[in-house]
Structure formats: structure tokens, C-alpha cells
Design a protein around this ligand. Structure first.
Ligand code: IMP
Ligand code: MG
Length: 181
């Protein structure tokens, strides 16, 4: 598929706003984790671009690792049961973990993943999500650090995909066909 075949989309969060917010998150994390050498756990594939920028915005010593997960069930609804496709390279026992996610929708994936990681006895575990559809899980605050609270639209870009495409867009966008939702 060539770029010219991409469906029409509109920008929701432009590149400058993204970069400014990621810088702020990096500053907050750098302050709060001073002396703790945190381990950032990026959830593939969606978090790969956010992770790269966030890591460079963090000014204290830290390490990075990645997990790949896929949820069982159809592609449009999350079952909340997550299969690990790629596990961490090193144990997280006694490490200060920050799970780095692209987006929280229903929150089921994240809840499953954090439960699974907590069972490995980290020193602490927090979640940093770039985007959060807070209105889809109003009772629970799932991300400790959140970039943007977004409306309930399907979004693409900055790592997020539709059918594996659009991850390369330097901004967050949504499809024009989703305009009325
Ligand atoms: P949840 O379990 O409903 O929170 O689903 C979270 C996962 O679904 C995210 O990690 C994404 O991979 C995917 N996802 C949810 N909403 C979107 C979206 O608007 N665009 C792209 N992927 C999404
Ligand atoms: Mg994801």
C-alpha cells in the first residue's frame, strides 16, 4: 500500500503538542525516579515511537526493554486476555518498572499486563500512557502518567496503527469517516 492509498484522516494532536507533552512527561519521571534507575517496559508495537522519544526526554539513568503482546479474540473488541508474544529479556525483580503504552482504551489489556508483571515482584510498577480514552473506563484511573485524554475515536499515527499502517505519521490523527462519532 502506498501513501497515496491511505484513507483520509484529520490531525487530532499535532507534532509540536506531542513533543512538548513528551518532554514534560520526561521531566516529571526524571524528578520522581531520581536515584532509582527505572526500567521502561515498552509495549510493542504501538509504543515504539513514544518510547524512543520518552527515553530521550528522561535525563536520569534508566534502561529500556520491550514486550510484545496480543489480545485474544476479534480485532475490534479486546477480551482482556493477553498472550505474551515476546517477553522481557531480563528479570524485573526489585526494579522500578514504568510500563510505557501507546493508548488505554477499555483498559483490559493494561490491567492484565500489570497483574502479570506485579506477580514478578518489582520494587514498584507504574504506567505511562501517551493517550487515554478516559471516558471508556470512567471508574478507574489506569495510567499514573498520561499524555492526553482523548475522545472515543479510533486514532492512528506516532506508533499507532490501523491494519499495521499509519504508524509513521508524526502526529495523532483520526479518520474522517469517524468524524461523527
Ligand atoms: P484496551 O485493552 O481496550 O485498553 O486496548 C488497548 C490496545 O488496543 C492498545 O494497546 C492498542 O494496541 C489498541 N487500541 C485501542 N484503541 C486504539 C486506537 O484508537 N487506535 C489504535 N489502536 C488502538
Ligand atoms: Mg498497545
Amino acid at each position: 500500500m502506498g501513501v497515496e492509498e491511505y484513507m483520509k484522516y484529520k490531525v487530532l494532536i499535532d507534532s509540536n503538542r506531542l513533543q512538548d507533552r513528551v518532554k514534560e512527561l520526561g521531566e516529571i519521571i526524571s524528578r520522581e525516579y531520581e536515584g532509582k534507575d527505572p526500567l521502561l517496559v515498552g509495549v510493542l508495537k504501538g509504543a515504539f515511537i513514544f518510547m524512543a522519544d520518552l527515553s530521550r526526554a528522561i535525563t536520569i539513568p534508566h534502561t529500556v526493554d520491550f514486550m510484545a503482546v496480543s489480545s485474544y479474540g476479534s480485532s475490534t473488541t479486546t477480551s482482556g486476555v493477553v498472550r505474551i508474544m515476546k517477553d522481557l529479556d531480563a528479570p524485573l525483580f526489585h526494579r522500578h518498572i514504568i510500563v510505557v503504552e501507546d493508548i488505554v482504551d477499555s483498559g483490559l489489556t493494561l490491567q492484565y499486563l500489570t497483574r502479570l508483571l506485579m506477580a514478578r515482584s518489582p520494587a514498584s510498577l507504574k504506567v505511562c500512557a501517551l493517550l487515554d480514552k478516559v471516558s471508556n473506563h470512567p471508574e478507574e484511573k489506569l495510567a499514573d502518567y498520561m499524555g492526553f485524554d482523548i475522545p472515543n475515536k479510533f486514532v492512528i499515527g506516532y506508533g499507532l496503527d490501523f491494519d499495521q499502517h499509519y504508524r509513521n505519521l508524526p502526529y495523532i490523527a483520526y479518520f474522517e469517516s469517524d468524524e461523527l462519532n
